[in-house]
Design a protein around this ligand. Structure first.
Ligand code: HGY
Ligand code: MN
Ligand code: MN
Ligand code: MN
Length: 406
């Protein structure tokens, strides 16, 4: 369908890395242009649009009984560094397309249907994901506005103020969960299970949760040529031991994963022994106990490595979420719809978190997957076919219809 392709291609142009994938970081020009484009699509559907103080955008299709709890559907429009065109975007285009289809059928929802564009699902800028949905559910505390800092050393508070947003109002804007009947997100699978099992729809039953840590190892900056090896306090070999530790501890369980995605050596010159190394550590599991035991063991081992090398370090837990089960009753409903549409499907976990992970803390939540080619995501090669997206839209449309009609 031209429309779907067209929207995805247009949104992909709003990137700061035109040569390599899609990079769209929250509160940047590209992010604002993408959100402006999506708001235009909402206007074309005559949705009532409003935006909150953290930057979540809502498009409301008013039902015949607007005081009933609302049905929410949505995803995010930001993209990681050198990411793909489909992550997040597919869920938003699918939500808008579902509404367009229902309107064309003359359908009138009883409760409101609300399309939500969450402000920032990716952790790229501040090191923690789902800032929009966390704020919405009152899960951001006052001190986070000053402790969450981006690479230019600007705090979330400063960035919000620069964008004419009022951090103080973010705190009292949080949602009344009983206003929402349920939330559903359609998203690319970002793994290869559906493709391998020749299914086109994933019905997620549980979402793995991340513990996001920032580790800074402090060394002594010295001359690379004249400093003997036994006099060095070099943070880089220490960081290397930590990277291997992350791999070793998470490899021991089939459901856990561990990643050091970002490692910055400062000052980062070939003939200077580093002053410090900053690493991101991302540990996940669908089992909370396993994840917590890995993080604890890692913290103990890191302390031994630094003691052995006589290095100071700072271990900061940026985010520590617990895994979340999706709503079982609504999963059944989606399963029946998928069977009725004769689409091959699989009930499965999600290794990636989503705003659905956060929303499920207080709202009945479901997550529907469409396949990712060769399981590739968070990379320029990310791809999902229009036909697969269209199948997802068929399921989503029926689900929204059923949910908003009674
Ligand atoms: O990392 C995640 O799971 C999400 O895609 N940001
Ligand atoms: Mn992502
Ligand atoms: Mn995503
Ligand atoms: Mn996500």
């Amino acid at each position: 369908m031209k429309r779907i392709d067209g929207h995805i291609e247009t949104l992909a142009q709003y990137t700061s890395t035109i040569d390599k994938g899609v990079t769209r970081i929250v509160y940047t020009e590209e992010d604002k242009k993408a959100k402006a484009y999506l708001k235009k699509l909402m206007e074309e559907l005559s949705l009532a649009i409003h935006e909150d103080q953290i930057g979540n955008i809502f498009g409301v299709w008013e039902g015949s009984a607007p005081n009933l709890p609302q049905v929410w559907v949505g995803s995010h429009s930001d993209a990681p560094t050198n990411g793909g065109k489909f992550d997040g975007v597919v869920g938003l285009i699918a939500a808008l397309e579902s509404i367009r289809i229902l309107k064309s059928q003359g359908f009138q929802p009883v409760c409101d249907i609300v399309v939500v564009i969450f402000a920032a699902e990716e952790p790229t800028r501040f090191g923690i994901g789902c800032i929009g949905s966390r704020a919405l559910l009152g899960m951001i505390k006052e001190s986070d506005f000053d402790s969450w800092v981006d690479e230019t050393n600007r705090t979330l508070r400063e960035v919000l103020l620069e964008n004419n947003k009022d951090p103080v109002r973010v705190l009292d804007e949080s949602l009344k969960p009983d206003r929402i009947k349920s939330f559903v997100e359609l998203h690319i699978e970002q793994a290869v299970v559906l493709e391998r099992e020749k299914a086109v729809i994933g019905l997620v039953d549980v979402i793995a949760a991340p513990t996001e840590i920032q580790l800074v190892i402090h060394g002594e900056q010295r001359h690379a040529g004249s400093t003997p090896m036994d006099l060095r306090k070099d943070p880089v070999p220490a960081a290397s031991e930590v990277v291997l530790l992350v791999e070793e501890l998470t490899k021991q369980n089939s459901t856990s994963v561990g990643t050091v995605g970002k490692m910055t050596i400062k000052p980062g010159t070939s003939n200077v022994i580093a002053e410090k190394v900053e690493l991101s550590i991302d540990i996940r599991d669908i089992n909370k106990e396993i994840k917590d035991s890995i993080v604890l063991k890692m913290k103990q081992e890191v302390s031994k490595i630094m003691a052995k090398r006589g290095l100071f370090y700072n271990w900061e837990v940026k985010g520590d979420d617990f895994p979340s089960k999706m709503d079982e009753a609504n999963l059944q409903v989606i399963q029946q719809i998928t069977e009725r549409l004769e689409l091959p499907y699989k009930v499965m976990p999600s290794g990636a978190y989503h705003d659905a992970l956060i929303m499920s803390r207080k709202v009945r939540t479901n997550l529907i997957f469409v396949p990712s080619k060769e399981g590739i995501s968070h990379a320029p090669e990310e791809f999902t076919s229009t036909e697969e997206i269209t199948s997802g839209i068929k399921v989503l449309t029926e689900f929204l219809k059923e949910l908003s009609y009674s």
